[in-house]
Ligand binder design. Structure first.
Ligand SMILES: CC(C)(COP(=O)(O)OP(=O)(O)OC[C@H]1O[C@@H](n2cnc3c(N)ncnc32)[C@H](O)[C@@H]1OP(=O)(O)O)[C@@H](O)C(=O)NCCC(=O)NCCS
Length: 143
């Protein structure tokens, strides 16, 4: 297992994971933008050179917003989500970040439990943000 910062050489693998995991995935072009924008930080976890988990954030001065955390479906529930989010938070800290925010769909219990485990606290909720009866919970972590 290897955890490292992602770059544009990982474009195909990131695009594949996005499409496997999300209903509205980033396109390959959007993934390229994410991987080359200097205000983004993406970490990836590899097993035998296969990307199986990733976590990415926007960064601005001392603030970061987590954009995505994802683990290949067949590898979920094995601790990789915890490993990759931990690696992203450590990397953000090394980059001088002190506040991390994120938003998550209110019924995404796996992700919510993952964030609570890292000490994220819910600070607000945006009703119907993702559609009818699909609310966004806003979480914050000070590091
Ligand atoms: C959310 C996600 C990243 C978690 O990754 P994972 O590798 O499955 O999670 P882990 O095995 O590392 O478990 C970490 C924590 O998540 C929570 N969790 C994991 N599976 C869970 C389940 N089936 N039900 C409830 N909580 C669960 C637990 O709190 C767990 O900690 P614990 O083992 O100490 O109890 C993964 O399920 C995923 O990729 N989901 C689809 C994409 C997504 O919704 N991303 C988040 C929004 S961008």
């Amino acid at each position: 297992m290897e955890i490292k910062k992602l770059n544009k050489l990982n474009l195909k693998q990131l695009t594949y994971l996005e499409q496997e995991l999300f209903l509205n995935p980033f396109s390959e072009n959007s993934c390229l933008d994410e991987l080359t924008n200097k205000n983004r930080l993406y970490m990836g976890l590899f097993n035998n050179n296969q990307l199986i988990a990733y976590a990415g954030a926007t960064t601005s001065f001392s603030d970061a917003d987590i954009i995505k955390v994802g683990v290949l479906k067949s590898e979920q529930g094995k601790g990789y989500g915890k490993k990759i989010l931990g690696a992203l938070i450590s990397a953000l800290k090394e980059n001088g970040i002190t506040n991390i925010m994120l938003e998550v769909e209110h019924q995404n219990f796996k992700a919510i439990n993952l964030y609570l485990g890292f000490g994220f606290k819910e600070i607000s909720e945006r009703k119907n943000y993702y559609g009818e009866n699909s609310h966004a919970k806003i979480f914050k972590l000070e590091i």
